[in-house]
Write a protein that binds this ligand. Structure first.
Ligand code: MIC
Ligand code: SF4
Length: 638
């Protein structure tokens, strides 16, 4: 049988289930990655599983999200992560070494392997031909313990690339064009697989920009074949031995095909406040710009920074704005320093930020009130930048750099000549900021500061849920809405404290109401829980007594996180029934069995309606047990 790329890798890693689209399967994970903001929970959970060493081929713990160290909390997390990594056999990437996805691509990603990461942009690894998937921390903990990862067999969308990008048009514009067509929920349940003659014109970091932002489609992952270009990249990273060729069979089948002529793509921007509100730069030229940020796991590679350096060389950042640069990795930063790019950038007045996520997750460099901010990152959700009224536009590094000089949106195609950047034949390789674990971890003591709180565990689920509707929200609610990050990142390892901020930006009274009601149900619209993988968006509501989420549809990772923490995820059978519930209504859901549809009784209004679910048999027992951790412990003791 002829297979596409996705099917080939899944077939190699299949532990259970059949490769039929949408049916439950489980696959073996070769590699895992975590970052500090999700990692502390993931490792507390791994520890609770009682497994002495990780069972993967490679597990890496990165520190990149929060490196601000405003007080003891953040550095406490770092040392906890460092010591627990050594104990359990995990490679530790020290703060300053760079953003997990960029660094993993440079130093560890391998074509044909599977990677599970506790960060939604893990599919960046698809740029090098891996099947790389984002998940909640608990799923990553289970993968480190050697358990297979459960998912629904994805539908595979072929993106057939022809033509070649024109000067001043970049990989960012390609994924923005796909987002414009497909929307932020168009990719739920899908893997986007790239193919066609246009492939060979895209370098690995460009491919990685595209697979990175495939997360914004709601996709399970995105992947490019492993070809000569992949080999060149790996060779330049001193890892040619990690290369294998991997291409789809000529007559492979796909669930859907998208045609994309690269020659026709134009410079684009995602406008406030969603990555799929996409417009050509040419239509935005009337807008003055107050801030520019070049960085994030999407666009902060060697070529991205070098291009920006060439554009800014000998010029000065416009007086009305500030330009921040956050290099994706220490490798990128070091090469920019060695080659003079840094001098060009600093000479132009750019402000050098740490090689970390920083502003992308609202950790510093917040825009001013009502600012128009241009960023090369992947998410422009309202309030995410740290400034409630800021208008964030997502653009390519080229567009960002030109705007930094001009002080306004400027279609770069009519600017001066395009700065060509050649990929280096050899990247500067220096792995000295990784700490490789010792052979044995028995003697290592895990350092836990006072900010590392114990993991809350839910009780078992009874035969019925009786609780009030705590909040009712609209379509496309993100996990940033549910569990804001930014200045609250230092609370990631302290659920009781972090839970005080659930839904804060949506409804300031949520926390008090939840405390008062003790139990509750969340009512949502379509694509509930899109965006970040942060399991705190399930864990903290669970801690506040949320028993169920009732919505029109779910985003993949959040749905899995809800099950993991014992919260019932159900969707309205008839979406109109969304109108049958208001905040404060008392609901009764019969959960004596999960077979078939469930009935919800609105006791306050005296109406009944049906809800449906996509729970696998395992999900059902996990929910009954109160979540995946209590379930795993129960199994272990049996
Ligand atoms: C994000 O981009 O939203 C984050 C911060 O990287 C998250 C992870 C987190 O919330 O820690 C993600 O994308 O999963
Ligand atoms: Fe970090 Fe931003 Fe990438 Fe998330 S999207 S991993 S916060 S750089």
């Amino acid at each position: 049988m002829s297979l596409n790329l996705t099917q080939k890798i899944i077939k190699e890693h299949l532990v259970s289930g059949e490769m039929i689209a949408k049916s439950p399967i489980s696959i073996r994970m070769d590699q895992t990655l975590t970052q500090d903001a999700t990692g502390t929970m993931a490792y507390l959970q791994f520890e609770a599983l009682g497994v002495p060493r990780v069972k993967t081929e490679l597990s890496v713990s990165y520190v990149d999200h929060n490196t601000a160290q405003m007080d003891f909390k953040n550095p406490d997390d770092h040392i906890f992560l460092q010591t627990i990594a050594a104990k359990y056999g995990i490679v530790f990437s020290r703060p300053g070494n760079g953003i997990c996805h960029q660094v993993h691509l440079e130093r560890f990603g391998k074509p044909g392997k599977t990677l599970l990461g506790s960060d939604s942009h893990t599919p960046t690894g698809g740029g090098i031909g891996m099947l790389a998937i984002g998940a909640g921390g608990l799923d990553v903990a289970m993968a480190m313990a050697g358990e297979p990862f459960n998912l629904k067999m994805p539908m595979v969308v072929k993106v057939h690339l022809t033509g070649k990008l024109q000067p001043w048009v970049s990989a960012k514009d390609v994924i923005l064009e796909i987002l414009r067509r497909e929307t932020v929920k168009g990719g739920v349940g899908c893997v986007y697989e790239y193919s066609g003659p246009g492939l060979e014109t895209l370098t690995v970091p460009e491919r990685a920009t595209i697979t990175n932002m495939g997360a914004e489609l709601g996709a399970t992952s995105s992947i490019f074949p492993s070809d000569d270009e992949t080999r060149r990249f790996l060779k330049a990273q001193g890892r040619e031995n990690d290369w294998v060729e991997l291409v789809a069979d000529a007559d492979a089948k796909y669930d859907r095909v998208i045609e994309l002529n690269l020659s026709e793509v134009v410079p684009l921007a995602a406008c406030p406040h969603m990555p799929d509100i996409v417009k050509p730069i040419s239509e935005l030229e009337h807008l003055a710009v107050d801030q520019v940020m070049i960085g994030s796991c999407t666009n902060s590679s060697y070529a991205d920074l070098t291009k920006a350096g060439k554009i800014l060389k000998g010029r000065t950042v416009h007086p009305r704005l500030s330009l921040g640069i956050a290099p994706g990795s220490r490798q990128v930063l070091r090469m920019a320093a060695d080659e003079g790019t840094l001098a060009d950038l600093v000479g132009a007045g750019a402000r050098l930020l740490e090689s970390a996520c920083g502003p992308c997750i609202g950790m510093g460099f917040a825009p001013k009130t009502n600012a128009v901010a241009l960023r090369t990152s992947n998410r422009n959700f309202e309030k995410r930048s740290g400034t409630d009224s800021a208008q964030v536009y997502l653009v390519s590094p080229e567009v960002a750099a030109v705007a930094a000089v001009e002080g306004k949106f400027t279609d770069p195609r009519k600017w001066v000549s395009y700065p060509e950047v050649k990929m280096p034949e050899k990247f500067t390789i220096d792995d000295s900021m990784f700490i490789f674990p010792p052979e044995k971890g028995d003697d290592i003591e895990i350092v836990r500061g006072p900010n590392i709180a114990a993991l809350p565990i839910k009780e078992e689920m009874g035969a019925e849920i009786v609780a009030k509707a705590l909040i009712k929200v609209e379509d496309n609610i993100t996990t940033d809405h549910i569990m804001p990050a930014g200045k609250y990142l230092p609370l990631r390892s302290n659920v009781p404290e972090y839970a005080k901020h659930v839904f804060e930006g949506v409804d300031k009274e949520f926390y008090n109401r939840a405390r008062e009601m003790k139990k509750g149900v969340i009512v949502g619209g379509d694509n509930y829980g899109q965006g970040s993988s942060r399991e705190h968006a399930a864990l903290c509501p669970m801690y506040l007594g949320v028993q169920a989420v009732l919505c029109k549809s779910f985003a993949r990772i959040h749905l899995a996180n809800l099950v993991n923490f014992g919260i019932l995820p159900v969707t309205f059978k008839n979406p109109e029934d969304y109108n049958q519930v208001e905040v404060g209504d008392e609901l009764k859901i019969n959960v004596s069995s999960f077979d078939g549809e469930l009935t919800v009784e609105n006791l306050t209004r005296g109406v009944k309606f049906q809800v449906v679910h996509t729970l696998s048999d395992e999900d059902k027992v996990i929910l009954k047990a109160g979540g995946r951790l209590p379930y795993a412990k129960k199994q272990a003791s049996a």
